[in-house]
Design a protein around this ligand. Structure first.
Ligand SMILES: Cc1ncc(COP(=O)(O)O)c(C=O)c1O
Length: 400
């Protein structure tokens, strides 16, 4: 168990004095994660899966060990973890790896990050796959009955987000997973805003694939992520890249590849990043994921008080149980980018503004963008109070 003070003391970036409310974009890196990466560079900076010398063996061991650490976070098996450079790559592996073609249908939702939408749009264009995009309620929740109505006998896959990165709404993925199983449809969960922030259990959820970044909730380094593939689904998935490091044998005309998950590691991977990600997974487990979730809920409840300011409109569900640690809002009469710039200028508060790579969600809300504040375990109550006070000041001085 680690207290908030202990965690803050271990994150060097927070010592700059920044009030960091942009964890939905990426998170700062704790010192033990930096140390694990530096140790690799300084002591055993070798390639993996190839050499027999001791540095190569140590590197391979440390690199492979991350699979079991990530597996513990989501209740999977180590051999079900595929390393990627981000969540986007994880989703693209599924989009390109499943042998989808004309006559197949994929269901996504209006709440998807572009990374879980445009790979499917491309399949529509290039392979004749049909994409159906299910709508959401006014407060950005997906109704299982809407997904049910979209499923027909051509449907091969449902691909949807667990927590909307644009407004923070938490989706009923367990119910939708059950529907997918009943109809014998594959289920891909984009858990980018959930893993590391709240308990995620792939076995309880019953999904076939789950995509996650390493650099958000897990506090891992940028350039890391992973894809969970249920063991028996690997045979339906072709690797995205072919090349060195993943072959058993090659002759001039043909090749034989190694098995999963290493078959997805063609080329020299991000070895220090994946080693750092393993340390990060341990780190969030040391804090306790249930504790992280509880703290984020408290901080989010506090942040939602900005909704009481007259000129402020908050998007997403009112019910805290239907939310992750993301609060999206606008101040009437001021552009979202201006609000974000003022928060930075006036108080060193870092938030994101714009469409959050979710333009269809913005259209659903009838806006061209929002201001998004997002938390992690390390945020302080005082930081949220300061944020609320500055939003109020901006609303009073510049809002309508
Ligand atoms: C819901 C969601 N999906 C996908 C992504 C893409 O993640 P990455 O930047 O790791 O590729 C993000 C990142 O913001 C996200 O929030």
């Amino acid at each position: 168990m680690k207290t908030v003070e202990e965690v803050r003391a271990e994150i060097p970036f927070l010592r700059t004095g920044i009030i960091y409310l942009d964890s939905a974009a990426t998170t700062p890196t704790p010192q033990p994660v930096l140390d694990a990466m530096l140790e690799y560079f300084r002591e055993y900076s070798a390639n993996v899966g190839r050499g027999l010398h001791r540095a190569a063996r140590r590197a391979t061991e440390a690199f492979e060990a991350t699979r079991s650490k990530l597996a513990r976070v989501i209740n999977a098996e180590p051999e079900e973890i595929v390393y990627t450079k981000n969540a986007t790559e994880a989703i693209n592996i599924v989009a390109h790896g499943l042998r989808l073609g004309k006559g197949d249908k994929v269901i996504a939702t209006v709440l998807e990050h572009h990374s879980n939408l445009i790979p499917w749009q491309r399949l529509e264009r290039t392979r004749g796959v049909e994409l159906e995009v299910v709508g959401a309620t006014w407060d950005c929740l997906i109704e299982p009955s809407e997904v049910d109505a979209a499923i027909d006998d051509r449907t091969r896959l449902i691909a949807m987000t667990q927590v909307s990165n644009a407004v923070g709404s938490l989706q009923p993925v367990e119910e939708i997973s059950k529907l997918a199983r009943e109809h014998d449809v594959l289920f891909l969960v984009d858990a980018s805003q959930a893993v590391g922030h709240m308990p995620v259990d792939v076995k309880a959820m019953g999904c076939d694939f789950l995509a996650a970044p390493g650099h958000k909730g897990l506090l891992g380094p940028q350039g890391t992520g992973f894809l969970y593939v249920r063991k028996d689904r690997f045979r339906e998935l072709e690797p995205l890249l072919l090349g060195g490091g993943i072959v058993e044998s090659v002759d001039e005309r043909s090749y034989k590849l190694v098995g999963p998950p290493q078959v997805f590691d063609a080329g020299t991977p991000n070895i220090p990043g994946i080693i750092g990600l393993g340390r990060a997974a341990e780190y969030v487990l040391e804090i306790g994921i249930e504790r992280i979730a509880e703290r984020e809920r408290e901080l989010t409840a506090r942040m939602l008080k900005i909704g009481e300011i007259e000129q402020v409109q908050v998007y997403g569900p009112q019910d805290l149980k239907a939310r992750g640690g993301v609060v999206s809002f606008n101040i009437e009469g001021i552009g979202h980018h201006d609000v974000a710039a003022m928060l930075d200028e006036l108080a060193g508060i870092a938030v994101r503004s714009g469409h959050h790579c979710a333009e269809p969600t913005m259209r659903h809300l009838g806006v061209d963008g929002t201001v998004r504040a997002s938390v992690h375990y390390f945020n302080l109550e005082e930081e949220i109070e300061k944020f609320i006070a500055v939003v109020e000041q901006i609303a009073k001085e510049f809002g309508k």
